[in-house]
Structure formats: C-alpha cells, structure tokens
Design a protein around this ligand. Structure first.
Ligand code: HEC
Length: 431
C-alpha cells in the first residue's frame, strides 16, 4: 500500500528522527507515539466510534508487547491508526489520525529489535483522557438511553427499529441549544444509528408510529421529526464548530432510528441498549448549519468481477458564497475510492478530499481545520470508485458474481457525497 505524496514527505522530514544507531525503547520512544495516536481508542473504556471499539489497550508496556507483531504490520500498511484520506491532505483536517514516516520507522525498529522495555524513568506522564465510557464529545450534559434493553433475536439478519423517548422536564427543563451529540451504539451489530428530534406543538406530541414497515418500503421511522444526524461504523461524533448550534425544545421527542445487521443463526442474538449523549449550551447560534453540496446518485449498476468501476462525477453548483465544514463520502462494502473536487469560477480547480483507500468500516467525516470558503458559482464534483473483484471479495466477504445496485444493505451499494456547510453571512468578507 503506497500512499506517499510529496507534500507529506516534506512534513515528515521536519519531525524529529531517531538516529539510526540509537536503541528504540518502549518507554522513551514508543509510549509517546501510542499516547498521541492510539490510546484515544486503545485504552480501557476507549472511544466508541459508531460501534468500532478497539480490542485491546496500548497503555502499558505489558499490554502492548503481546501485540507487537500485529502493531508493526498495521502501522506499516497504514491500517492503523484508521484514516483513509490521502497523505497530501496532512494538516488539513482537524480530526486527522496519521503517523509520520519516522514514527512508523520507530515502531518497526522497536518490534524488530525484540520490543525492548527501556527505563521507566524515560516514560512520558500518563495521558489523561477527558472522555470516558466511550464518549468522544466529553461528558455529555444529557444522556438519553433507549427506554429499555432490546433483544435482537437469533433469527434476525436485517432489522429496522425505532425507539422513542419523550423528554420530561426533569431531563430537559427548558428550551436550549445542542452544540454536539453522539449516538453511541450499545452493541456491535449496528449498521447505522440515526437520531431525530420532534418538537411538541402546544406542549403535545403525536402518537409514535412504531417500527418502520419494511414491507411498505420504509427504512426510517415515519413522523420522527427533524433528522439530526447519526453514526455508522467508525464515524466521529457530531460536534458543531463554535458559533453553530441546533434548537432543542423542552418536551421534545428523541427518536432512535437503528438498522441492526448480523448473520442470522443460533447464538447470534444480542441485547442492545444504545444511548445518545448531548452537549448543550444557552447561547443561540450565530450561523446556520446546512448540507448544501451534498450529492446522491441512485443510478448504480456495478457489473460482476470489476475493479476500479467509476461512478460520476456528479456535481452541485453553489449559488452563494459558502463555508464547507466537513465532507463524508459514503459507500458500502465495494467502496474503493472517493474524490471531491472544486471547480472555481476563475477557472482553477482543487481536490478538496481524496480517499484513495476507502474502508467502509471507518465512515469518517473529514472536518476542515479552517473552513473551506468557496465563492458563488463554484462547482463541487463528487466521484466514487467501486471494487467488485474477486480479490476484494476475499477481503471483505461479498459475492463478486453479483451485479450491484442501490440499496440499504451493506451488500447493496450507495454513492453519497455528504457535505456539511454553511452559507457565509452577507456582511463577511471573502474571496
Ligand atoms: C480511532 C480509533 C483507533 C485509533 C486511533 C487506533 N486504533 Fe487500532 N483499532 C481500533 C479498532 C476499532 C480496532 C478493531 C478493528 C476491527 O475490529 O476491524 C483496532 C485494531 C487494531 C489492531 C489489530 C488488533 C487485532 O485484533 O489484530 C492493531 C494492531 C491496532 N489496532 C494498533 C493500533 C495502533 C498501534 C494505533 C496507533 C498508532 C492504533 N491502533 C490507533 C481503533 C483505533
């Protein structure tokens, strides 16, 4: 897997290298790398990324050492830390998770030289993580669990379920603003988990409508109100940038909209009690959060046994100056590569995001460190590539003999280029 780009090489050269003849030890060299790049997930009660929970802790030497070979392999192939954007984007996104070449080299040398422990006096101070219990938004101001644990039976393969919580005054005493939230799966069989909010009218909420009726083609609960957002495997929480927030009215209904997916069979049943955690604020937002630029393509037809099958580009043209906040390509098991490219009215163009090795287990939202401000008449193109080959089928476990079309299941496909954006207020200066 080669993902070197010239811009990234320059960055790498500037980071402190460990001289070739120095002995690499765990405490001196490796622990700091693990602290900064791995322990967010690899620690007891580490962060839950849409159901992806790291299988082991990499905090102490004793915990890390047995995994040494696997660690070397995963970091050299850049499977870990999970981050699928091209290296030329290094430094662009706020939630970036990338090791430098020097860090990879140090880990490889530590493993090759027999994982020396070194002197505990060299160890960095243990890193304190604010977020515990799987929350990546910090301790939520309000945690809403599903009303009760829900049993997903042995016979289930795909199940669309809805759970409703009408907030009491004890939970939400007054109207407020949401500045971030996280849908936290309570089991490993959640394909996606969305949150909807319904505001009361004259203090009243309508009756709930039960499970989505899949026989009628429904895939999400009806009448659940405003779609807030959600997670699928590997997704970050939704944390709004400063100045942004969403209204949260007293007496609202929170709807859990969950697609459970697993193989059916004896002993595969699971109990789930998922939660939604909210960060709240009294301050009203200054700006409007939107999705202008988001693009869907439902006309999908991927022939059997094809590699590098391109769909798109599809495009969207901005009618006004807009700040692009985040990008999230979405495909399923055959997703291989995705690209967003901006074509500016002055004739220039720029690749905003290239994901050359898409992994559907890590549905990442790429958040710009500095908003990408695009002028009116900018055309945003979205292109996606799919791999329906026998080699990929072996890795990801699908049937390459199928023609693949649009659908909800992981074995069907999607082509969605999500964009989180905000129109630039008229009085701001910009390009
Ligand atoms: C964003 C969260 C996250 C970060 C950061 C992260 N990991 Fe992981 N890691 C995971 C998850 C989740 C899995 C399990 C993957 C799966 O189930 O497919 C995993 C799996 C692994 C495995 C494979 C374990 C096995 O079962 O064979 C290794 C090795 C590993 N990680 C090492 C690392 C190292 C080293 C770092 C830092 C350089 C790191 N990871 C950073 C979440 C993370």
């Amino acid at each position: 897997m080669i993902r070197i780009a010239s811009g990234a090489l320059m960055l790498m050269a500037s980071s402190a290298a460990i001289a070739q003849n120095d002995k690499v030890t765990f405490y001196k060299d490796i622990a700091p790398i693990f602290q900064e790049n791995c322990q967010e997930c690899h620690r007891p009660a580490g962060t839950n990324y849409g159901g992806m929970i790291a299988p082991m802790s990499l905090v102490s030497f004793e915990e890390a050492r047995p995994w040494a070979k696997a660690i070397a392999k995963q970091v050299k192939s850049r499977q870990m830390p999970p981050w699928d954007a091209a290296l030329e984007h290094m430094g662009t996104f706020s939630n970036e998770r990338v090791l430098t070449e020097d860090q990879i080299d140090a880990i490889a040398r530590w493993v090759e030289s027999g994982t020396p422990r070194g002197n505990p006096k060299d160890a960095p101070k243990p890193k304190e993580f604010k977020n515990t219990g799987g929350w990546m938004i910090g301790e939520p101001d309000l945690i809403v669990p599903m009303p009760e644990p829900y049993a997903v039976g042995d016979d289930v393969d795909d199940l669309y379920a809805a759970f409703y919580v009408d907030l009491t005054d004890a939970e939400l005493p007054e109207d407020t603003w949401i500045t971030g939230f996280q849908c936290k799966p309570g089991s490993k069989i959640i394909h996606h988990f969305n949150c909807h909010l319904l505001e009361p009218v004259d203090g009243k909420l309508p009756p709930t409508q039960g499970f989505p009726d899949t026989d009628k083609g429904e895939i999400a609960p009806q009448g659940a109100g405003q779609y807030l957002g959600g997670v699928s495997s590997g997704t970050d929480a939704n944390v709004y940038p400063p100045g942004f927030a969403r209204a949260f009215k007293r007496g609202s209904r929170v709807t859990f909209d969950i697609h459970y997916h697993k193989e059916a069979g004896p002993g595969t049943g699971v109990m789930d009690r998922s939660e939604i955690g909210f960060k709240l604020s009294d301050t009203p937002p200054e700006r409007i959060l939107g999705a202008a630029g988001t693009q869907f393509n439902f006309a999908i037809n991927i022939p059997p046994k094809t590699k590098d099958f391109q769909l798109g580009p599809i495009s969207y043209t901005y009618s006004q100056m807009t700040d692009i906040i985040g990008l999230m390509p979405h495909m399923h098991m055959r997703g291989a590569r995705a690209k967003y490219e901006a074509f500016y009215p002055d004739g220039t163009s720029e690749v905003l995001l290239d994901v050359p090795q898409y992994d559907f287990a890590w549905q990442t939202v790429y958040y710009f460190k500095d908003f990408k401000r695009v002028p009116a008449k900018t055309r945003l193109e979205y292109t996606a590539w799919y791999d329906n080959s026998e080699e990929m089928a072996d890795v990801r476990g699908f049937d390459p003999q199928q023609t693949v079309t649009f659908g909800q299941k992981s074995t069907d496909e999607m082509m969605m280029g999500f964009v989180t954006s905000s129109p630039v207020p008229k009085d701001s200066s910009g390009p």
